[in-house]
Design a protein around this ligand. Sequence first.
Ligand code: SF4
Ligand code: F3S
Length: 104
Amino acid sequence: TYVVTDNCIKCKYTDCVEVCPVDCFYEGENFLVINPDECIDCGVCEPECPAEAILPDTEPGLEKWIEINAEYSEKWPNITEKKDPMPDADKFDGQENKLEKYFS
Ligand code: SF4
Ligand code: F3S
């Protein structure tokens, strides 16, 4: 499965949503997650994210993000259509430790 990671926070470009064939993205206030039970591992979302926030869960060091995607995809509503990025998305793109500062 694929997971959304730190750099999506406060950006939410949502290009990923547009291309997912199974609509398995879920939306929080500042962040999106992928439902690991629904993702079919097709990989098309990974290159679409301008923030390079989507990675395969086989990459090392993603334990925290695997948990977060699994947990919040059960709590947040499904998002199936692209929408405007967050205000100041380009300013937040590339900032560090967004999880600690802005996760919601
Ligand atoms: Fe959707 Fe494919 Fe990305 Fe999984 S890998 S979230 S199925 S686009
Ligand atoms: Fe987030 Fe990238 Fe999608 S910033 S909303 S994972 S396109």
